[in-house]
Every structure is written in structure tokens, then in C-alpha cells.
Write a protein that binds this ligand. Structure first.
Ligand code: G1P
Length: 297
């Protein structure tokens, strides 16, 4: 039986240049979908999957992210004295236990593999999860929880996987699969951001991983890959060559690419429509603007 996964790495060192000027002073991960920061969605998903240790790989300019996870005692007192219990509950649900979060700085932007490697001493000799908060996944059962349950049967390494249009393969890690049937697919190889004509399939890696410590050993080599960066995909692929299995897990749920403006907006609308307090007004508004737009054409 596979060992329990209790640690997760959140690589959040990226500068978020696609969201400038907002990200000039606000870390991308603090930007909100409705009223919750992106990172809160990732934390909630990790907690649902049984994660108890949260490791953030950060960089210069990310202190707002660290503050976000502190208790805000002034605010708590204020809400308490005004009897605003519902808001107090909302606030308390975001508090983290002392010692549950660790922050490691990635001193140079050398790639996702390097960011994960920066957390190696906190991982030690255990399996661990990696969660990319840009990938937000709406699902009845949170994606990482689905994966942890599957991983308990398979062991090895597991990556979240999703079919993408062939013309988009160069934006993803792509799995080389034999037979692509069922929910769990064994990979024969993995390649980072291949051109469509070179892609071994159209099954893409989405930002949820459960990895063994051997991936960290592979990252010790600091080999550069696609874009001149140290790629996590390459370190996982190396495990396949060493006989450690890698599985793609075709999760149940809808993934939003919140690293892009279009994806962020779609997630905002979708999450707002899922909220009882916002649904009716928003859906009326959306119908109206679509109708006006059609009439104008
Ligand atoms: C990263 C990974 C890539 C993966 C993607 C998922 O790429 O390197 O393998 O498919 O996340 O979102 P990035 O989007 O950071 O360029």
C-alpha cells in the first residue's frame, strides 16, 4: 500500500506578468474568484485530500501571501464585537494552524522543477503533492482527493490529466500513453510543451501531482529542458526510465486556466453562478447582454 500523502508544495514564485499592472503589488495568487483568493481554492482542495503540511515556494514581492494566512486579530475582534458571526466563520475557515505552513524562497526563476526542488528538505523521504494554484478545478469531489484515492491503489507517481485540442499541446506537459482508456492511464513517457506535430498524444498534465521522493533526486541534476528551464515534467519522465511508474489520472471536474485572463474570467462567472446569493442577478444580466448583442448583429 502507498504511503499517506500529507505534504503539499505550492509553487507561487511566478511574477504573474500576464496580469500586470495588478500584479505590480498584488501576488497573482491573492487575486479573487468572486471573494476568495485563488490560493484559498488550492488550500481547501489540499485539506479535503488529507494534506496537513503546506509548503509555499515564494519569491520577492509575495509577502501579502504570507500575511493572508495569519490570524487578523483586529478584524476578528471587530467582527465579534459587532456580532457579525457569519463573517467571523468565513474568516476562521481561512485560518491555518501554527506551524502548518512553511515558506521557502526560490531565489532565481529557474523553472517549475527548480521551484519544487527548493522544498526538498521539507519533504524528506516521503511522497508529496504539488498543486499549481493557477489551475482551478471545480469538482464534486475535489481533484486532489480523487487522485489520493487512486494513488492509494497504484503508488508510483500520478499527475492530473486532461485531453486538450492538438493545437494547444505546446502549452502543456504531454503524456505518451499506450492505450488511453479508463480513468488511470499508465504513461510510457512525458514531454514538456511539444509542438503539435511532435506531441505523443493530446493528454495534457494539469497542475496536480502526487510524486515520490525519487523525483526530487532526479531534480538534483538540475538539467535544463524546454525554454531553458528546469522542468518538473522531465524529472517525472526520468522516473519512467528508471522503472518507477507514472500514471495520468483523468479527473472528474472542470478545469479553469486562471493563469490566463480568459480562463480567470470564465472561472469568475462560473463560480459566481454556482453561488446562491449571486446566481439570479448574474444570470439575468448575462442573458440580457447576450440578447442585446444578438439583436445588434
Ligand atoms: C506547467 C507545467 C506543465 C503543465 C502546466 C499545467 O506549465 O510545466 O507541464 O502542463 O503547468 O497548467 P506552465 O503553465 O507553468 O507553463
Amino acid at each position: 500500500m502507498a504511503r499517506k500523502v500529507t505534504k503539499a508544495i505550492f509553487p507561487v514564485a511566478g511574477m504573474g506578468t500576464r496580469f500586470l499592472p495588478a500584479t505590480k503589488s498584488v501576488p497573482k495568487e491573492i487575486m479573487t474568484l468572486v471573494d476568495r483568493p485563488l490560493v484559498q481554492y488550492a488550500i481547501d482542495e489540499a485539506r479535503a485530500a488529507g494534506i496537513t503540511e503546506f509548503i509555499f515556494v515564494t519569491s520577492r514581492g509575495k509577502s501579502a501571501l504570507e500575511d493572508y494566512f495569519d490570524h487578523n486579530l483586529v478584524l476578528e475582534q471587530d467582527l465579534k464585537s459587532k456580532g457579525k458571526d457569519e463573517l467571523l466563520d468565513v474568516l476562521n475557515a481561512t485560518n491555518m494552524e501554527s506551524g502548518a505552513i512553511a515558506y521557502i524562497r526560490q531565489h532565481k526563476a529557474l523553472g517549475l522543477g527548480h521551484a519544487v526542488w527548493c522544498a526538498r528538505r521539507l519533504i524528506g523521504d516521503e511522497p508529496f503533492a504539488v498543486m499549481l494554484p493557477d489551475d482551478v478545478i471545480a469538482a464534486d469531489k475535489p481533484c486532489l482527493q480523487q487522485m489520493v484515492e487512486a494513488y492509494e491503489e497504484t503508488g508510483g507517481n500520478m499527475v492530473a490529466a486532461m485531453e486538450v485540442p492538438t493545437e494547444q499541446t505546446s502549452a502543456y506537459g504531454i503524456l505518451d500513453t499506450g492505450q488511453n482508456v479508463g480513468t488511470v492511464v499508465r504513461a510510457k513517457g512525458m514531454v514538456e510543451k511539444p509542438k503539435p506535430q511532435e506531441a505523443p498524444s493530446n493528454l495534457a498534465v494539469i497542475g496536480r501531482y502526487i510524486l515520490g521522493p525519487s523525483v526530487l533526486y532526479n531534480l538534483n541534476q538540475k538539467r535544463k529542458g524546454s525554454g531553458g528551464e528546469i522542468q518538473l515534467t522531465d524529472a517525472i519522465a526520468e522516473d519512467i526510465g528508471n522503472g518507477v511508474p507514472v500514471f495520468g489520472y483523468k479527473f472528474d471536474g472542470q478545469r479553469f486556466d486562471c493563469g490566463s485572463k480568459a480562463g480567470f474570467l470564465q472561472a469568475t462567472v462560473s463560480f459566481a453562478l454556482a453561488r446562491e446569493d449571486l446566481r439570479d442577478d448574474l444570470s439575468r444580466y448575462l442573458h440580457d447582454i447576450v440578447a442585446t448583442d444578438r439583436a445588434a448583429q
